[in-house]
Write a protein that binds this ligand. Structure first.
Ligand SMILES: Nc1ncnc2c1ncn2[C@@H]1O[C@H](COP(=O)(O)OP(=O)(O)OP(=O)(O)O)[C@@H](O)[C@H]1O
Length: 294
């Protein structure tokens, strides 16, 4: 098992990051974030705020700026490929397709059992694997192209957690899980943080019970970090406001953001999009949105 990190060192350190999708204006700008070992940071924001984009950048999937802009465990997330290859930096996001099995993001066409998938991962601690299979209540005979969404998700999560990560990036992976599986998984993550000093960033819209689970929050609006603070210091959770839970805290933030957006009217980019897109863009050009309908 990995060791508990130096509590004084930042495991995640993003400094003045800017990011743009190809040919577009910078979507993320002046973004800085620091997290200490053992943190469980909730990444919160409206649809389209940039959570997935941020997690993918932190996971080293996009090259952003120089080697000092996005640092994980003191190394460049993009340039130091050993970070992800070793499993020290892990990303769990997206969903596996129904008709195929997957190894990470690579689709495998065919009839695979859960056992085939899970035991196909080499150099794994057997006790950890057994614990995860039990925790996620996986039947090793499940055939990946026939199981339900939630069952497929359990296998995906199990495979993603087999290596003892130091930093784990979670993108809405608990959505298909039933309550018991979700709660057990969340408490497994607490153990990982407390026993091994692992650090988590979890993007989600489901806040049930997370005020007691998370140590920090990062609230993003339109690619910008609006708030970043320990959960214990969120003023709305303290007297005299003392909201009962995180939903009561975050809902007003999201509503205010939406009202301000409506007051401003459509952004120039959206206006341009509406005018130019049908004529300029081939319907056969692939896009993330189209991928959802396949
Ligand atoms: N591959 C891409 N090319 C261009 N723009 C993209 C691409 N992926 C995402 N975007 C845009 O970037 C913005 C942020 O998207 P992102 O998926 O990071 O948001 P999110 O906060 O994860 O949203 P949600 O809560 O809906 O999952 C959106 O406006 C989206 O349309």
């Amino acid at each position: 098992m990995g060791s508990v990190g130096d509590p004084e060192e930042n495991v995640v350190e993003v400094t003045d990051m800017e990011f743009a999708y190809g040919g577009q204006a910078p979507f993320i700008s002046k973004f800085s974030l620091k997290l200490k070992p053992g943190s469980r940071c909730l990444l919160i924001g409206a649809n389209g705020a940039g959570k997935t984009t941020l997690l993918r950048i932190l996971a080293g999937k996009h090259m952003v700026g120089g080697k000092n802009v996005v640092r994980v465990l003191g190394r460049s997330a993009f340039h130091d490929t050993a970070l992800t290859c070793s499993g020290q930096l892990a990303y769990l996001g997206g969903s596996w397709s129904r008709t195929v099995g997957c190894a990470g993001e690579i689709p495998l066409q065919g009839d695979f059992t859960a056992q085939h998938m899970i035991f196909g991962v080499e150099n794994v601690d057997e006790a950890r694997r057994a614990r995860l299979i039990e925790l996620l209540d996986i039947d090793l005979r499940w055939r990946m192209h026939k199981v339900s969404d939630g069952q497929r998700r359990r296998v995906q999560i199990c495979m993603g957690l087999l290596q003892p990560f130091q930093v784990l990036l979670l993108d809405e992976i608990t959505v298909d899980l039933d309550v018991v599986a979700r709660m057990d998984l969340l408490s497994f993550f607490v153990d990982e943080c407390e026993e091994r000093g692992a650090t988590l960033i979890y993007a989600t819209h489901i806040f049930d019970g997370l005020e007691a689970w998370a140590t920090d929050i990062a609230y993003v609006e339109d690619g910008k970090l609006k708030r970043s603070q320990p959960i214990k210091e969120i003023p709305e959770l303290l007297p005299p406001s003392q909201a009962k839970n995180l939903i009561q805290v975050v809902e007003p933030w999201l509503r205010t953001e939406r009202e301000e957006r409506e007051k401003k009217g459509p952004s120039s980019e959206v206006k341009l999009d509406r005018v130019t897109r049908p004529a300029d863009v081939s319907p056969f050009t692939s896009s993330r949105q189209m991928a959802y309908y396949r």
